[in-house]
Design a protein around this ligand. Structure first.
Ligand code: SAH
Ligand code: SF4
Ligand code: F3S
Length: 450
């Protein structure tokens, strides 16, 4: 195997699952001699780990490939090689089409096959032509990943526990790009969490497209839900904080809600997308729940953990969405009160049922609705952040900030907090007096003298 020193540049698009996958790709490539670079021009291998959730995302990949192709040509003129790989959900969805539209691409592989990267690279070298691998292999990629990865010094880490989705919301490509639902066995997850803890990780965010549908098997072959997994992980020494994302309202079980009341390591933050506040739109989205169901759920969660920060996702301009439907969404946002939320214009994805609808909404209308919704969400986010001023909150210190002597950490509610503190405190949780609010972060003092 060729293990001469080489450089890899990885660009990640899309959700946290892709962030996690990119990390694992780096792990797999390390033993082959690849060190990471932030400069694509000097890379022997460029990987674009792509997202297919919205139309423009795929187009962005093609325009990026145009730029990288020029870098590849410049390197070739200097006698150096550059391999170009397209990974992730666009790769899964488009496959051969990518090589057809961008012939400079050497490798195309989906989210289920990145553990085979060494073999794919070897095949590319031997065969002299592009390699496309978008199967859903029967083997467990997680089991194939090398445990002897280089130590990474981070305080917070992602850990994928569940993949894929069986929900088939009528707008969404995920069930097609990531395949059907799959949960990693409990022991495998616990082992990975232990390894992360020994490397200094204090906060774990459990990932899954539908993470609260988790149902991994334990050592006795019993199916364990997310609440059970969280309980298991919270017993690991060194792991101080647990989060999970993204949850589906239909899978928010009573025991998971109860865990928010009982488990002090489970952070008071929940990303619980509802997508729309109109029952008829929810129905045509195939979400499988009503607004009343969602609002009741929020009440139960708040009863368990009154200070919980709620976040969500919204789609505006779904086919057939009337002014009244949109008004219902605004009303739901007003009723729930979010600490933050993401909102998107509906983007038609070929192959999904909603793309076939003849009731598409104009771009102009979508933009106007998005602006209104975002203004409301922004106001709620600002109010939530401002309410922190004057309070003392436990902040997990993660890394140095931009200014000298400054550290950046996170509040339990996932807010970034900037404060002056010694570097040696990284990895510890300090009670911080919050004194100011910026656009996307808080600032504070420690020790909490004012
Ligand atoms: N599994 C998660 C979300 C995964 S996709 C869930 O069910 O909540 C992340 C977000 O992208 C979705 O919540 C949705 O708001 C948005 N999204 C997905 N498909 C979209 C589309 N076709 N157009 C616009 N937004 C979309
Ligand atoms: Fe997509 Fe719906 Fe599955 Fe979320 S639950 S990944 S939006 S199909
Ligand atoms: Fe995008 Fe794939 Fe994630 S489509 S949002 S990268 S699952």
């Amino acid at each position: 195997m060729d293990t001469a020193p080489k450089k890899v540049f990885v660009r990640t698009y899309g959700c946290q699952m892709n962030v996690y996958d990119s990390e694992r790709m780096r792990d797999v490539l390390g033993p082959l001699g690849y060190a990471e670079t932030a400069v694509p021009e000097e890379a022997d291998l460029v990987i674009l780990n792509t997202c297919h959730i919205r139309e423009k995302a795929a187009e962005k990949v093609y325009s990026e490939l145009g730029k990288i192709r020029r870098m590849k040509r410049e390197r070739a003129e200097l006698g150096a090689e550059m391999l170009i790989a397209v990974a992730g959900c666009v790769a899964q969805a488009e496959g051969e089409e990518i090589v057809r539209r961008a012939p400079a691409v050497d490798l195309v592989f989906g989210p289920q096959t990145y553990h085979r990267l060494p073999q794919l690279l070897a095949r590319r070298k031997e065969g002299g032509r592009a390699v496309v691998e978008t199967e859903f292999p029967a083997e467990d990629k997680f089991e194939r990943l090398d445990d002897n990865v280089l130590p990474r010094k981070s305080v917070a880490a992602f850990l994928t526990v569940q993949e894929g989705c069986d929900k088939f919301c009528s707008f969404c490509v995920v069930p097609y790009t990531r395949g059907s639902e799959f949960s990693r066995p409990v022991e495998q997850v616990v082992a990975e969490a232990r390894r992360l803890a020994t490397r200094g990780v204090k906060e774990l965010t459990l990932l899954g497209q539908n993470v609260n549908a988790y149902h991994g098997l334990d050592g006795q072959g019993r199916s364990i839900g997310l609440a059970g997994l969280v309980a298991e992980l919270s017993r690991i020494d060194g792991i101080e904080r647990l989060r999970y994302t993204t949850s589906h309202p239909r899978d928010m079980t009573d025991d998971l809600i109860a865990a928010h009341a009982e488990n002090s390591k489970l952070m008071p933050y929940l990303h619980l997308p509802v997508q729309s506040g109109s029952d008829s739109i929810l129905k045509s989205m195939n979400r499988g729940h009503t607004t009343e169901f969602y609002i009741r759920l929020v009440e139960e969660i708040r009863a368990a953990r009154p200070d919980i920060a709620l976040s969500g996702d919204f789609i505006v301009g779904f086919p057939g969405e009337t002014d009244d439907d949109f008004e219902s969404t605004l009303n739901l946002v007003r009723e729930v009160g979010y600490a933050s939320a993401f909102s998107f214009k509906y983007s038609s994805r070929p192959g999904t049922p909603a793309a076939e609808s003849n009731k598409q909404i104009s771009e102009k209308e979508k933009s106007a609705r998005l602006q209104d919704l975002q203004a409301l969400i922004h106001a709620q986010q600002t109010a939530f952040n401002e309410a922190m001023v004057g309070r003392s909150v436990p902040v997990l210190l993660e890394k140095p900030g931009r200014d000298p002597g400054q550290l950046v950490g996170r509040s339990p509610y996932l807010q970034s907090v900037h404060l002056q503190a010694d570097l040696s405190l990284i990895g510890t949780i300090v009670d911080t007096h919050i004194s100011g609010v910026g656009t996307n972060s808080l600032s504070g003092h420690y020790p909490h003298a004012v």
